[in-house]
Design a protein around this ligand. Structure first.
Ligand code: SF4
Length: 442
């Protein structure tokens, strides 16, 4: 069968990867837009945990989350000091080969999300260029945007003979380019929703009600990826949620927004009221965290009534705070409102950032104990340096790796900002966070 475009989500090579509502949203989004223009799409997620030919089914957990299929992979030499095993996550190569045997396509679109996951992209490029040397390949995603020069030099040095293009422009400009090059082969699809229906299973759907964030925290990629905050039409978002629920019986929805509660009155409130008025029994999750500052009594009440099940709050630190998105008082007030609205402790959680340049582990420990005392489960977020942010510049000085030369060193598992990670201390911190969560959530 011949398709206009083959869309691919590459493997991940890493110490850890977990499907905590982890999808290549940008690729799925572009797929939806292409289909609406009349293009035929074949989508292959190399991380697909439901693929029927997987040698072993990965364990799945609640709310659509779960493990990916993984195989041991030799740990890169420069990570030998990291006391963790290394894996390749995703489908074995022979499954990819089998699938591609039965299809033809005019061009390939590939994404790469985290900057340090580019080896998965490169492994795929190597395979594709050897089997389809004439087929144009378009690479987009967060890595291409944040590390454009790195990707460009990799292509120039190793794949300059192949038609490979880096996509960093706005999606509308990119779609216009494709329209000039490839005439659509089909009638336009009835909607332009992201192509979740082309997955082998839809355990959950990602929703983005806006792009970007009005804040500018010194460690975050949001401003670099989306310089402008762009909210979407609330009525359209409700229709999208309704479509997935009615057509595919999806009940779990994860918001990927960076600022979900911003301008709540004119935005999320309208979506939630619609959900409540239609008596939809859905479960909502906020893996990207919400801003405590925007939680008041009414917001908390509506979140509860609409079916939010996983609320993560961006706290980052307790002492020595370095962003202005929330104060401790605002954080505690938000937690109080959420609990008053009926949220259980196990449904709440605070992201606690650690592993920052010149980390003070005593301070981290005190922060975790503070959360234990306030009965808020802590979720540790290991620091990863994001190019173009003030914290990246600091990490360049403190890191034991050349983080500005190779994004592989942005991996948060290796604690790239630390000169000499004390692995024993790191284990203790992780164990403490686990113990607190266990005592609050069980
Ligand atoms: S509030 Fe969150 S998303 Fe916004 S800039 Fe800060 S860390 Fe990033």
């Amino acid at each position: 069968m011949t398709f206009d475009f083959l869309l691919l989500n590459p493997w991940i090579y890493d110490f850890a990867a977990y499907d905590f509502w982890l999808k290549p949203y940008g690729l799925l989004f572009i797929g939806g837009k292409l289909r609406k223009l009349g293009y035929s799409i074949y989508y292959l997620d190399l991380l697909d945990p439901f693929h029927p030919e997987l040698p072993k089914k990965p364990k799945r957990k609640s709310f659509g989350t779960g493990h990916f299929y993984k195989e041991f992979f030799p740990k890169p030499v420069y990570f030998q000091d990291v006391p963790r095993k290394f894996y390749r996550y995703g489908l074995p190569l022979k499954i990819l080969k089998n699938i591609l045997k039965s299809i033809k396509f005019k061009a390939i679109l590939i994404t790469c999300t985290l900057t340090y996951w580019y080896p998965g992209l490169i492994a795929l490029i190597k395979f594709l260029t050897s089997h389809y040397p004439e087929t144009p390949i378009y690479i987009g995603g967060i890595y291409a945007k944040l590390c454009y020069n790195h990707l460009k030099s990799l292509i120039e040095n190793h794949y300059s003979d192949y038609p490979i293009f880096i996509v960093t422009e706005h999606h509308e400009d990119f779609l216009n380019q494709l329209l000039k090059l490839y005439p659509p082969s089909k009638e336009p699809h009835k909607h332009d929703y992201p192509i979740f229906d082309l997955q082998s299973c839809i355990p959950y759907v990602i929703i983005m009600t806006s792009l970007g964030c009005p804040f500018n925290c010194p460690y975050c990629a949001s401003k670099r990826l989306y310089p402008k905050f762009e909210p979407r039409n609330p009525e359209e978002i409700f229709k999208e949620i309704l479509f997935w629920h009615k057509t595919y019986k999806v009940v779990d929805f994860a918001f990927y927004d960076d600022a979900l509660l911003f301008n709540f009155e004119n935005h999320l409130r309208l979506i939630l009221e619609n959900i409540i008025n239609h008596n939809l029994i859905l479960r909502f999750h906020t893996p990207n965290a919400i801003h405590a500052r925007f939680v008041n009594k009414e917001v908390a009440h509506l979140l509860k009534k609409a079916g939010f099940k996983t609320i993560r709050i961006g706290l980052e630190r307790v002492e020595n705070r370095f962003d202005n998105k929330v104060s401790i008082e605002e954080f505690l007030q938000a937690v109080a409102y959420l609990k008053e609205a009926g949220f259980k402790e196990k449904e709440l959680g605070a992201y606690f950032l650690y592993g920052i340049p010149e980390e003070n582990f005593e301070e981290v420990k005190k922060g975790l104990l503070f959360l234990a005392e306030k009965r808020v489960p802590p979720y540790l977020a290991e620091f990863s340096p994001i190019p173009g942010t003030p914290f990246f510049e600091k990490a360049k000085i403190t890191s034991r790796y050349p983080i500005d030369e190779d994004p592989i060193f942005h991996n948060n598992t290796i604690f790239p900002a630390l000169k000499r990670p004390d692995w024993q201390k790191i284990q203790e911190i992780k164990a403490l966070a686990r113990k607190i969560r266990h005592s609050l959530c069980n």
